[in-house]
Design a protein around this ligand. Structure first.
Ligand SMILES: C[S@@+](CC[C@H](N)C(=O)[O-])C[C@H]1O[C@@H](n2cnc3c(N)ncnc32)[C@H](O)[C@@H]1O
Length: 218
């Protein structure tokens, strides 16, 4: 697994703080996720994006502002739907889906997961071939279901996102052509380690060391 200590740009911090002032912003996406998305869309041409659990539209608006891609966003909460419409100014490049039965497979370069039911996520991921799946925060259940959907069909490499200022991180699965990357045995070992007491303490102290080193280097 690659650990990325992200340099969060002022532009991203400003966007986050602007959304954080909005009604219903208690659980919006953290700057680390927004920064990672920006890094991906700057590097690669992204035409179509699928977002699960769009909330009040923080990620949605960020993607619409920084790409010319079409964004399909899935959200079921009426309050969030209303707020998302307002926050994205009913952008014509946005398709809002409120019913899991309407989340159909399609061609997506990028998938972002910050909510949504894992059954729908699993079903949709079976039929699509994104290059990256970005998880806001841990989202272990969603990670497991995505892994099970793509395992054996795509090569997988994992990236852990770290905000050096202590904000929430996340994960990215990079999916390549062909098989390889994470095998079932490695996934089981990882899950087993996660269950062990002391594992998180070890991860946290290693991360702190890495962040100190990163800050010294800047
Ligand atoms: C953490 S919030 C998303 C925040 C959003 N990414 C943002 O930054 O504004 C998770 C969202 O997932 C939505 N959600 C949870 N379960 C869902 C489901 N079964 N179907 C659709 N949306 C769901 C919730 O309503 C909530 O808005």
């Amino acid at each position: 697994m690659k650990i990325s200590i992200l340099k969060i740009e002022d532009k991203v911090k400003e966007f986050y703080h602007k959304f954080h002032k909005k009604e219903g912003s208690d659980e919006i996406a953290a700057p680390a996720t927004l920064q990672k998305l920006l890094n991906i869309i700057r590097r690669e041409s992204v035409h179509s994006i699928l977002e699960f659990g769009a909330g009040i539209g923080t990620i949605t608006k960020f993607l619409l502002d920084n790409t010319s891609a079409h964004v399909t966003a899935y959200e079921h909460n009426p309050f969030c739907i209303q707020k998302m419409k307002e926050n994205t100014n009913n952008d014509p490049r946005l398709t809002l889906i409120t019913n899991p039965k309407e989340v159909v497979s399609g061609e997506y370069d990028l998938v972002v997961i910050d909510g949504g039911d894992i059954e729908t996520i699993g079903n949709v991921l079976q039929g699509i071939s994104p290059k990256h799946v970005v998880f806001e925060g841990y989202r272990w259940d969603a990670q497991r279901i995505v892994l099970n959907s793509v395992k054996g069909k795509r090569s997988i490499s994992y990236e852990k996102l770290v905000d050096p200022d202590g904000g929430k991180g996340g994960y990215v699965m990079h999916l390549g052509e062909g098989r390889g990357g994470y095998t079932s045995a490695r996934i089981s070992l990882f899950n087993e380690l996660r269950r062990k007491r002391g594992f998180y303490k070890l991860v946290r102290s290693s991360l702190k060391k890495l962040i100190r080193k990163h800050k010294k280097g800047n």
